[in-house]
Design a protein around this ligand. Sequence first.
Ligand SMILES: [Zn+2]
Ligand SMILES: [Zn+2]
Length: 389
Amino acid sequence: MKALCYNGKYDLRVERVPDPEILNPRDAIIKVRKTAVCGSDLHLINGYIPTMREGDIIGHEFMGEVVETGSGITNLKKGDRVSVAATIGCGHCTYCSTGSYSLCDNSNPNAFMPEKIMGDSPAAIFGYTHSFGGYAGSHAEYIRVPFADVGMFKVDERLTDEQAVFLGDAFPTGFMAADMCGIQPGDTVAVWGCGGVGQMAIQSAFLLGAERVIAIDREPNRLETARRVGKAETLDFSKVDVLEALREMTGGRGPDRCIDAVGLESVDDSVQYYYDKAKQFAGLEIDRAIVLRQAIMACRKGGTVSIVGVYAGFIDSMPMGAAMNKALTFRMGQLHAQKYMPRLMEYVANGQADTGFLVTHRMSLDDGMKGYDLFSKRADDVMRVVFTP
Ligand SMILES: [Zn+2]
Ligand SMILES: [Zn+2]
C-alpha cells in the first residue's frame, strides 16, 4: 500500500510499504478514508520528540471503513464507517477502566523508553514515535487498529467524513481541555492557540457552561474563525500585551480558567522566546514554554490552568512562585478520546457543535510533504489539511 513515511527531520516521502495484517484477536484493519495533519505531528517532523525511525508512517487523526476484524471483535463489522481514537487503550487496565485511556498500562510495548525520562509510560499513540509504541500511523491506505473494540466508534450517519475525522483527536483534546477546567457558570475561559484543538476547546468551553471565552493567537484567519464559529472574543498577541489585555477584560482579576492549546513550540516576539529558542537549539532545554508561563501569570487567584498542548521534556523559568502563591490548579494530559467520543459524536450529529469547518485544504496523500509544509508555515490560511489516501 501507499503510505507517508518519516525519513528524517523535515523529510516525508510517499512510499510503498507492506499492507497491515491482523496480529491479535482484538485488531481491526481499516481502509482510511480521511486522515488529517495535527500540530503535534509538527513536533515530530521538526525533531523535538525523539525515537522516530526512518520509514515510520506518521498520522493519528483518521476515520475510515472496516475491511477486516479479528476474532475478538463483535461490536463492529466489515463495511462499518468508523472514527478511531488517536491514543490506544486496552479498555481493561486500572486506567482504562476509570476512563483514563491515555494512561493505559498495556498498549505501549516500548514502555521502557518513556519510563526512563518520565518515570512511567503513557498509552501508545498511532504514528507517534517508538517511545509511544511504534505503531504505524494513519497517513496510509490501510491501518491496523489494536484494541479496536474500545478504540473504534461507528460514525452516526448524520456526520460527514470530514466531520468524523476530528472525533478521534482534535475534538476530544479540545473538549478534555475544557472539561479539566471544571468550568462554573459565569466563568471566563482564556484559550491560547486557535488551531484545530483551540477551536474545539472554545466550542467545548461554551458547551460546558462558560459565559465568555477569550481566544489568543496571531493568525488573522484563526482569530476570525474563533469569533465567527466559536463566538469567542479574541486577542492578537502580536498586537497587544496579552496579560494587560486579559486583566482589563476581566475587571482586573484575570480569566478563571486558562487553556494552553499550544505546547512546546510556542512563539512570540519577546526576549523570552529568543532565550527559549537559543536554549532549545543548544539542547539545554527541550520545550519552549512561553504560553504556559503566560497562562500561569494571567490566571486569576484560585483558577485552573489546563494543558493539552504537547510538552515532551523539560522547561525552565517556570513561574512556580506565581502558581503556588495564587493557589492555581493544574490539570493536563494526552486525550482520553474513548471516554468522550460517543458524547462528542452526538453533539456534532445534533448540531450543538461542529468540526467540519476545520478542513481548509483537501489533498491526496501523494501531496503529503506539501500539505505539512503549508501547515507548518501556516500558509494560505490553513487550519487543517485532510488527505484522502
Ligand atoms: Zn493530534
Ligand atoms: Zn488500558
